[in-house]
Design a protein around this ligand. Structure first.
Ligand code: ATP
Ligand code: ZN
Length: 226
């Protein structure tokens, strides 16, 4: 999107695990806002940096379409949508700019408690349910394992009990949800945390300076937190 703009627009999750920590990080970097009535926009007051409050899954696409300049989103979501673009021959337009140190989780393969786990080869010919088909496909390819990927949009952890799949590949933090469904995590496909996502191409206007300023301030905050 070549349109010249003089304000920077950052997409963050409207409500969910990443919304509060994302706002707290941006506030620590010196941003303050006035919120719109409909809770879609937060208009930047201290700097010309506005927030757009959306579903996390929409964030990479909003950057790709030039609707937003930057976004705070899980690496799992960013990598999944980058993988999808590359599988369908679309150019890479967004990438991870910074790891932000919150929202940590892992994308893990989990199998029924009763399985005697020997390694990835055990998934050969099995059905694996996931919301992250591109991540799973790439990992299976690396492992040289041929399995069927069952794409689900939610409640992946109940798929084995429903007989919909033999194993799953899902986000895990404590493992309590898996245990409640008689599953055990056996390996990690990726480690994730919240990241600042931005375009591959640099901004061609004042947004470049705004993004630089924001990055320097965020790096300062992240260094102190470490
Ligand atoms: P939205 O309504 O925005 O689509 P959501 O239900 O997809 O929300 P959340 O459950 O709030 O999203 O998770 C947002 C992100 O938090 C995940 O993409 C992931 O990066 C991170 N996360 C950290 N721990 C977990 C966990 N235990 N389960 C799921 N996501 C986690
Ligand atoms: Zn989501």
């Amino acid at each position: 999107n070549p349109a010249v703009r003089d304000r920077l627009r950052i997409a963050i999750q409207k409500s969910g695990r990443l919304s509060e920590p994302a706002r707290a990080l941006l506030a620590s970097a010196g941003l303050s806002w006035r919120e719109s009535r409909d809770r879609l926009f937060c208009y930047g007051e201290s700097l010309p940096v506005d927030l757009l409050l959306v579903r996390d899954d929409d964030i990479p696409g909003l950057i790709a379409d030039g609707v937003c300049d930057l976004g705070i989103v899980g690496r799992n979501v960013l990598a999944e949508q980058a993988g999808e673009r590359s599988e369908t021959g679309k150019p890479a337009v967004f990438r991870e700019w910074r790891a932000l140190g919150f929202g940590g989780c892992r994308l893990a393969v989990a199998v029924p408690d009763g399985w005697d786990w020997q390694g990835p080869q055990q998934l050969a010919g099995k059905r694996v349910a996931t919301t992250y088909p591109n991540q799973l496909r790439a990992w299976l390819r690396e492992q040289r394992v041929e399995a069927d990927i069952v794409v689900l949009n939610g409640s992946v952890e109940i798929a084995p009990r429903l007989g919909q799949a033999d194993a799953i590949c899902d986000l895990v933090s404590s493992g309590a949800t898996l245990a409640a469904n008689q599953l055990k995590p056996v390996l990690d496909v990726m480690r994730s945390e919240a990241v600042l996502a931005g375009p591959v191409q640099p901004f061609g206007d004042v947004r470049a300076e705004l993004a630089d300023l924001l990055l320097r301030r965020m790096d300062g905050v992240l260094r102190i937190r470490d």
